[in-house]
Each structure stands twice: as structure tokens, then as C-alpha cells.
Design a protein around this ligand. Structure first.
Ligand code: PBG
Length: 334
């Protein structure tokens, strides 16, 4: 009688052995939790496409920050919904803009909290594009003007740093944004503020629920002239390479789930921390299926986040962060 030469099951026999040889450990230190701050007063409104995620006005934001701290999280990514929008997104770089005020408040309530600011114009422009739109006479079409947009993005980043942001996260996909923002921050004296670049950001349908949440759907056209084609992988290397050369401190891949091959490649090719953005539709799909009783939300979420970490993510931006942090502590099982 011949026996199997190797018995893999020996190391799977008990929970103790399995945990001894476990290769990937998810912890709440890995997570960044997105928050949506809106104008107005006394607003706490659930975002219908993102169940469990809310719009807060500044006067109600404190309760959310306290809940985030209580969940054991230490980092937030701030998005703002301004009262007014215009062609150049001027409320993005106003010193008393919604994001700037939110950052100041968070730093006052929770000085240890790592505050990451999303640096983009799309929530602030009336046309919903991530930069300034120019009418191109030659083709008769509207185009997003790269270099003019850079000037405004630099102003936005400086105003966010001035408000107290620890990390600037430019998500606009203009060429040269890391270099421009780095230079602007340095000239303004913010040498210590880091840049988490949305280096590899695809033109994805997975942002749908976010655009509802942030009121940032483009009013015409799409984002395909600045965000990447989902079919491309080698191009991701060129994008990341530019950002590294321009001085990025971290590289992000977005969305996460359908792009884990790209994430793994960046992890291999570069030695900067790699960030996965587990985006809005990835969250909404799980929530919708869980609400129907079709899956075990806890198990699905922890497996998904572990998969992102195993693929190479050092940091995961996720709407599941509060739940996941509590699940990792086993609070629901006690
Ligand atoms: C702003 C921005 C977007 C997201 C983060 N920052 C939307 C977009 O590019 O259209 C999407 C986040 C998500 O879907 O969770 N440019």
C-alpha cells in the first residue's frame, strides 16, 4: 500500500496549528475609514447606496469620530460635500471649506487620529469633473485641462495641510500631480506632510455608489481621458513609476477586488507602502447580498480584506473598517 508522500492536512488539523502557520494577519491598524462631511446643521443621514455609512454635518461629526475611535480605528479619509459648486471648484481650496473645517475639528477632538485628505475637485465643480474643463475649439469638445487643474489641486492640498492633514491623497489622475503637490507643500513649509498617491486609478463602474454619496457624477462625458482603462496592467507600472519619481510616499491601487493582480505587481516592483481602496460598489454589493440573507457578511468581509492584504496591501481603505475592527476583536462573539 502506498501512502501520500506529503500530508498538507497535518498543519490544518487544529485551530491552534492553523493559527501558528497563518501567513497573513489582518489588524485594525491596516484600515482607513472614509467619512463624508456635509454642509448644513444637525445632519446625520444614511447614504442609501452605502448602508451603514452616513453624511454628517460638522456639528454632528464628533459623534462619528468618537465611534471610530471606540471601534479601535486610528485613521480616516475625509470627503466633503460643499454648499456651493462652481466651474473651478473654488470651495475645494477655501480656507473655511467643508473639508478644511472638518480636518481642524477632527484634529481638535482626536489629535492622534491620522487624517488623510482626498485631494480632488470633482465634489466641488458644478460639472463634476476632477479638474477644470476647457472648451477645445479644434474639436468642439470639452476637455479637462491638465496643467490649469494642477494649480488648483496644489492650492487644495496646501489648504488641507494648513488645516492639519497628515497625509494628502490626490485622486484626480492629472499628470504630474505628485510633483506639483510635493513642490507646493514644500514651498509652503509642509515638508512633513506625506503624499498617498492614487497612482493607479481605473475608470471604474465600482465608484457608482460613491458618486451618489459625494454628489460628484460628471454632468457630461466620463472620466476615461484621465482615469485608466481597466484592461491595462503594464500602464499601471508607468503610472506608479512617475509617482515614485515625483516623490510619492505611498502608492494606491483603486478599485481593489478586480485589480489584485495590479496590486501584487506594484508590491513586487516598488518598495513604497501599497494601499488598496476597497471602493464603494465593492461594499454595496456585499451589503445588498447580506441584507437578502444570501451570504455571511462577517465571513465575506474578513475573507475579502485578508485577500487584499495577502495580495500585497499594507493599508486598506474600506467602508467595512468599523465592523471589521470590531469583528477582529471578536466583540460580536462574546
Ligand atoms: C474622487 C474620488 C472618487 C472616489 C474616491 N475619490 C470618485 C471618482 O473618481 O469618480 C471613489 C471612491 C469609492 O467609490 O469608494 N475623484
Amino acid at each position: 500500500m502506498s501512502f501520500p508522500i506529503t500530508r498538507h492536512r497535518r498543519l490544518r488539523r487544529t485551530a491552534g496549528i492553523r493559527s501558528l502557520i497563518r501567513e497573513t494577519m489582518l489588524t485594525s491598524n491596516d484600515f482607513i475609514y472614509p467619512v463624508f462631511v456635509t454642509h448644513g446643521e444637525n445632519v446625520k443621514e444614511e447614504i442609501s447606496s452605502l448602508p451603514g455609512v452616513y453624511h454628517y454635518s460638522l456639528d454632528r461629526l464628533r459623534e462619528e469620530i468618537e465611534d471610530i475611535v471606540a471601534a479601535g480605528l486610528a485613521s480616516v479619509l475625509v470627503f466633503g460635500i460643499p454648499e456651493t459648486k462652481d466651474a473651478i471648484g473654488s470651495s475645494a481650496f477655501a480656507n473655511d471649506g467643508i473639508v478644511q473645517r472638518a480636518i481642524r475639528s477632527i484634529k481638535e477632538w482626536a489629535p492622534e487620529m491620522v487624517v488623510v485628505a482626498d485631494t480632488c475637485l470633482c465634489q466641488f465643480t458644478d460639472h463634476g469633473h476632477c479638474g477644470v474643463v476647457h472648451h477645445d475649439e479644434a474639436t468642439g469638445t470639452a476637455v479637462v485641462d491638465n496643467d490649469h487643474s494642477l494649480e488648483l489641486l496644489v492650492k487644495t492640498a496646501i489648504s488641507q495641510a494648513e488645516a492639519g492633514a497628515d497625509i494628502i491623497a490626490p485622486s484626480n489622475m492629472m499628470d504630474g500631480f505628485v510633483a506639483a503637490i510635493r513642490e507646493g507643500l514644500d514651498e509652503a513649509g509642509y515638508h512633513e506632510v506625506a503624499i498617498m498617491s492614487y497612482s493607479v486609478k481605473y475608470a471604474s463602474a465600482f465608484y457608482g455608489p460613491f458618486r451618489e454619496a459625494a454628489h460628484s457624477t460628471p454632468q457630461f462625458g466620463d472620466r476615461k481621458t484621465y482615469q485608466m482603462d481597466p484592461a491595462n496592467k503594464r500602464e499601471a507600472l508607468r503610472e506608479a513609476d512617475s509617482d515614485v519619481t515625483e516623490g510619492a510616499d505611498m502608492l494606491m491601487v483603486k478599485p481593489a477586488l478586480a485589480y489584485l493582480d495590479v496590486l501584487a505587481m506594484l508590491k513586487e516592483q516598488f518598495d513604497l507602502p501599497v494601499v488598496a481602496y476597497n471602493v464603494s460598489a465593492e461594499y454595496s454589493m456585499v451589503k445588498a447580498a447580506a441584507a437578502n440573507g444570501w451570504l455571511n457578511e462577517r465571513a465575506i468581509v474578513l475573507e475579502t480584506l485578508t485577500g487584499m492584504k495577502r495580495a500585497g496591501a499594507d493599508i486598506i481603505i474600506t467602508y467595512h473598517a468599523k465592523d471589521a475592527a470590531r469583528w477582529l476583536r471578536g466583540e460580536d462573539l462574546q
